[in-house]
Design a protein around this ligand. Sequence first.
Ligand code: NAD
Length: 355
Amino acid sequence: MKYQIALIPGDGIGPEIIDSACQVLNKVGATYGHEFIYTTVKAGGCAIDEFGVPLPDGALEQCLASDSVLLGAVGGPKWDTLPGHLRPERALLNIRKGMGLFANLRPARLMPMLKEASPLRRETAEKGFDLLIVRELTGGIYFGKSGRYQSEDGETAFDTETYSVKEIRRIGKVAFETARTRRGHVTSIDKANVMESSRLWRETMHELAKEYPDVQMKDMLVDNAAMQLVQNPSQFDVVVTSNIFGDILSDEASQLTGSIGLLPSASLGETKCGMYEPIHGSAPDIAGQDMANPIATVLSAAMMLRLSFGLTKEADAVEKAVDEVLNQGLRTRDIAWGGPSVSGSAMTKALVDRL
Ligand code: NAD
């Protein structure tokens, strides 16, 4: 099979980690008889430098014309002082919106060989965890009405959380469908004791749950969820929540695994064409030094194989290679904690060799 992939290397360590992911994909292609055809799309800071805008004309169209998009990271101090509409991150928001990517999937798994790195209590870390946060990405308070006005207290600002049944159902479906491929459990997180939008969220999730009798669902208030994640993370399988709650909880969950350099993510819409990216940023402090851990991007590519291309055994093989290389004791500097470490390119070579 042939697959068209739009590559957005972006800034900082982006080009290095995208190169690593492509080496891994090429090995998968050679081993399993697939051809991955890449188109490089400039977006982010590098596009600002070359074209004066973070997402040049034609870039979104190139993404839409592909079977999937693989992104490194965008941004850096060089572009930090630009106005909002010209910042590198604007490219990502416009791509997500333009591609209709309403679901953000972030797996967080405590890898047994990296337990020591987790800030969890030892006995909690011993149990391990493997959860997936499904975050609504295009609605809620980040997209609701906001503004400022003069009240009797002086300058006052507001943001509005808005959700429709349609929006809640479509993100809920992603969670229930995904739970079917995992351990069959969904935790729906809201603040239904206080917020009306959360009450609609809860009602809609309960209605949807009737269509998935094989999946167990329970509700949890977001404040409790933040606590439970630290106290007993192994209770979670799939977690589904709103844009703002997902933003916060997914960062919390990622930190419990010990390293930002290991965690992948997927953003999906109504079609199979998604955008896959590591959860970390462009790490300008280590860019160009061959120190970046490529694993988060390699695992993002594995998610792409599984979710956009339906290549399950190929995705399994990439994930297994990561586990094996880590089990062998190979560490990039971010996960070596002062011990011996290898470069990003040496880690990439080890992964390719394993495959
Ligand atoms: P960051 O994730 O880039 O870096 C945080 C720390 O983690 C740094 O010390 C960095 O060296 C380290 N790190 C990150 N990824 C690593 C990897 N793969 N291997 C080894 N170490 C790694 O976050 P930041 O420093 O807050 O942000 C830097 C830039 O990235 C900013 O401009 C920010 O806006 C941007 N950013 C982009 C995205 C994205 O493109 N999706 C996401 C977050 C931040």
